[in-house]
Design a binder for this molecule. Structure first.
Ligand code: FAD
Length: 411
């Protein structure tokens, strides 16, 4: 009898796992389960082109019905997995169906951290297509929009809304934007980017509440001031969708705990990929969970290989990578950035908008990099990180890239 792999979660981690199983030559049945009724779609455009109205739902699709048939992937959509019986090797769905498996891939991702200030009409989070459609409808009615949280999602929503002409204010208790991933002086540059586009910023102020009276919203800040709003976006992070595994006996600790091969500890034929996976990262010698698109794609390929070729296990040991599009800026990060790491800035061809910030550990090795509008520098840094290069060597290589680009007359 041919084996069966059940993949639970039908966004990029799940879809890419199902496709990579076929690419790796997996001979068995592949079943892809998703709780949302929509065909699988991609998340990054939800805060960018889809919210701006320059991309449609079709444009952001990850898998069509026909592509699933062609690849031999059985789609089970609109039904959540609610329980896992590890001993019986069965996933139970919300409608009572029980799916048996030989291998299971958990790709249930994360959900937006809910608003601690209540779920009022006009107060949004942004994680799903429905969220994006509802937010866009409110933006089309005009502002002002208050964005709570200046992380990636908040900064992107602010940029997209501003680009469509809405008055926007970003509020964050941290003193600067993107404070979790950038050193404060560098983060200031990105705060300025928003201010120059006409976005008001209230950094350093916490939110104490949101009120709604006669259809109008008011966001209350810790300094006693209030901000009127037509709509509010609460972008304060995400939490892994691991609640359905509570009775399974799997080790859950802010995600499904896995080994370096993406296998759940103590259950080697259960795997996790993407935002829900907390796996042992050999490069960091620690358990990590990463909420970035590229990680989900790369981990999916790794796990699909390991399921198909268990005699040739591969560890998932990526150099982390994430991009963010804000206005006409492309911001890219690789490896570990921010915090207490030493850093240097290398200017690109136009230092007012293209530069690289390189971060190093106390041993002088490159630990991470942030680039603005300079993809070539990011590629060099990612390669340097993979090869364990020093900060000095990387700085030299990146600086040389500026000279070469300029002298070639590209800019
Ligand atoms: C608005 C937005 C913008 C982003 N922009 C970027 C970006 O610019 N760059 C970048 O690197 N990353 C970005 N990300 C992050 C990136 O999209 C995620 O890292 C990626 O989607 C993770 O994929 P995943 O498949 O692991 O999880 P998810 O995308 O969270 O998908 C999980 C899927 O599982 C389903 N599911 C959950 N529970 C169950 C259940 N019990 N049963 C069945 N199905 C279930 C969910 O409905 C969902 O479809 C963005 C994310 C968002 C929300």
């Amino acid at each position: 009898m041919s084996p069966t792999t059940v993949v639970v979660g039908s966004s990029v981690g799940g879809v890419r796992t199902a496709q990579a199983l076929r690419a790796a030559g997996y001979p068995g049945d592949v079943v892809l389960v998703g709780e949302e009724p929509d065909l699988p779609y991609d998340k990054p455009p939800l805060s960018k082109a889809l919210l701006a109205g320059t991309a449609s739902t079709q444009d952001i699709g990850l898998l069509t019905q026909q592509a699933a048939v062609d690849a031999g992937i059985r789609l089970v959509l609109g039904r959540a997995a609610i329980r896992l019986d590890v001993d019986a090797r069965v996933v139970e769905l919300a409608d009572g169906e029980r799916l048996g498996y030989d291998d299971l891939v958990i790709a249930t991702g994360a959900r937006a951290r809910p608003s601690p200030w209540g779920e009022l009409p006009g107060v949004h989070v942004l994680r799903t297509l429905d969220d994006a459609v509802a937010l866009r409808a409110d933006l089309l009615r005009g502002g002002p929009l208050i964005v709570i949280g200046a992380g990636f999602i908040g900064a992107e929503v602010a940029a997209t809304a501003r680009t469509t002409g809405v008055d926007v204010t970003i509020v964050d208790p941290a003193p600067v934007a993107m404070s979790r991933v950038l050193e404060p002086a560098d983060a200031m540059l990105f705060g300025l980017l928003h201010e120059r586009q006409g976005v008001a910023t209230r950094f350093g102020y916490g939110v104490t509440g949101i009120d709604r009276t006669e259809g109008a919203l008011r966001v209350r800040l810790a300094d006693g001031s209030t901000l009127p709003a037509a709509a509010v976006v609460v972008g304060i992070g995400a939490v892994p969708n691991d609640g359905w595994l509570a009775s399974s006996g799997l080790r859950i600790d802010d995600g499904v705990v896995c080994d370096r091969y993406g296998r759940a500890v103590d259950a080697p034929r259960i795997h996790a990929v993407g935002d829900v996976a907390r796996w042992f990262h050999p490069r960091h010698d620690a358990l990590v969970r990463v909420e970035h698109w590229t990680n989900a794609v790369e981990q999916a390929a790794c796990v699909a290989h390991n399921i198909t070729h268990p005699e040739d296990l591969r560890a998932h040991s990526p150099v982390e990578y994430v991009w963010s599009d804000q206005y006409d800026w492309k911001i890219q990060l690789a490896g570990r950035t921010g915090g207490s790491l030493d850093h240097v800035i290398v200017d690109g061809a136009d230092p007012t908008r293209s530069f690289a910030v390189l971060y190093a550990g106390t041993d002088g090795r490159l630990r991470g990099a942030v680039t603005a509008n300079w993809p070539k520098a990011l590629v060099l840094c990612r390669r340097a990180l993979a090869g364990g290069a020093s900060l000095d060597d990387t700085r030299g290589a990146v600086a040389a890239a500026t000279v070469r680009t300029t002298s070639a007359g590209v800019r």
